[in-house]
Write a new protein. Structure first.
Length: 81
């Protein structure tokens, strides 16, 4: 999982508000999972389940009502937090 797209979407809507491609930093995040960074987003992602365990958007946590998703792999469905 060298690169992943992380989506920030409205919880009640199916449209993306922001999309970013994040890349592995080689560091372990505060959640204990690999840390990814790019385009104003920082995420700790569990590579086994493809679940976002921690996320900052422009240095802040998501507002209530927003969720984060990893883009699906080749026709699969994404996972959310």
């Amino acid at each position: 999982m060298a690169e992943q797209q992380v989506y920030a979407t409205l919880h009640c809507a199916d449209r993306a508000l922001r999309v970013a491609t994040v890349e592995a930093t080689g560091e372990t995040g505060s959640s204990g999972y690999p840390h990814y960074r790019g385009e104003g987003m920082e995420a700790d992602i569990d590579p086994r389940s493809r679940t976002i365990e921690a996320l900052l958007v422009d240095g802040a946590e998501l507002d209530l009502g927003l969720t984060a998703m990893i883009a699906p792999e080749r026709g699969g469905s994404g996972t959310s937090k």
